[in-house]
Design a protein. Structure first.
Length: 324
């Protein structure tokens, strides 16, 4: 069986002989009873997770009303069949312990079987976003299709197909979380901006704190643009002897008073006092240096704690100074 929108398969079908085409046509829609023990699941089945509760519901419906639609099989070797379409129905009737199941047997090669199974599941089954993405990727590879061609033939927009395929760039752990229903497709799209390691960290945070999509996007933004650490306060540099001397001269020199003309109004002097503690620390250091240069062996130490910055100055007694 060939698909009109898969050009490669159509081309192959056109090369088949008229006798084979006639034989194939006779088998279409012919329902036969096939033993369940002779049927195997489709190797190309995109669905990896089956909801047991829904299978049980389907089995109950089949038990009450019968199997209204036969499953579709292909004979891959004598009396051995592979499911093309209807694996959920197969699982349901097997749970009912049926011996045989009504089926339509088609003649297909591996390539056609894979394409048929993928299309059938995409159109009928409620696949997870990851299963859909994998099915689209498999169809493109099997039939040499572009995203645009596949989207057109599946009745989807190209952006829809492209967004599904982008999910395959997620780490395996994130893909599994989407398939298991732990996070949504939109969560996954937000995590696409991160590398694999960051995705692992973000996924753990999302699951642990139950973050919604907006909160997940904010988390991703924080991981991509972390806030810079607060700068540490630099230690004030010890003054040099020249700086100490210059500072001492500046503060001890008596300024020469200047007479102000009588007609000139008094000007308000702006205060130059600073509340910056670093100014006070530097002033103390300069004073210590000046005293040390004068020959007084004083000691100086600094320390920090929660209360503030502590400075300890030890001045020896006069007797000890004279002895030294």
């Amino acid at each position: 069986m060939a698909f009109s929108f898969f050009k490669k398969n159509t081309h192959k079908a056109q090369k088949q002989g008229t006798n084979e085409a006639a034989d194939q046509q006779q088998t279409v829609n012919q329902v036969v009873m096939v033993p369940l023990g002779n049927i195997v699941p489709n190797r190309f089945q995109p669905r990896k997770h089956f909801n047991d509760a829904r299978i049980s519901e389907l089995a109950g419906t089949i038990k009450e009303h019968g199997l209204l639609q036969p499953i579709v099989l292909r004979e891959y070797e004598s009396d051995h069949y592979e499911i093309i379409a209807g694996e959920r129905r197969f699982r349901a009737v097997r749970s009912l312990h049926w011996k045989e199941v009504p089926a339509i047997v088609q003649k297909m090669n591996d390539e056609e079987t894979a394409s048929m199974a993928l299309v059938e599941n995409l159109q009928r089954e409620q696949l997870s976003p990851i299963e859909q993405a994998r099915a689209y990727a498999a169809l493109m590879k099997l039939n040499d299709l572009t995203q645009e061609c596949l989207a057109q033939q599946m009745g989807k927009s190209q952006s829809f197909v492209a967004n599904k395929l982008r999910l395959l760039k997620l780490s395996d752990a994130v893909q599994e979380a989407i398939m298991d229903g732990q996070i949504t497709e939109r969560h996954g799209r937000a995590l696409l901006q991160l590398d694999d390691l960051q995705q692992q960290l973000a996924l753990h945070k999302v699951l642990q704190d139950g973050l919604n999509v907006k909160e997940t996007e904010e988390l991703v933004d924080h991981l991509l643009h972390p806030e810079p650490a607060a700068p540490t306060r630099p230690e004030p540099a010890a003054p040099t002897a020249a700086e100490t001397e210059a500072d001492t001269t500046e503060h001890t020199a008596a300024p020469t008073p200047k007479k102000r003309p009588a007609s000139q109004p008094k000007q308000r002097v702006r205060s130059t006092h600073s509340t910056d503690p670093r100014v006070a620390i530097n002033t103390i250091k300069k004073s210590v240096a000046m005293v040390q240069e004068a020959g007084v062996p004083i000691t100086y130490s600094e320390s920090d704690d929660d209360a503030g910055h502590h400075i300890q100055i030890t001045v020896p007694t006069a007797d000890k100074t004279d002895t030294e």
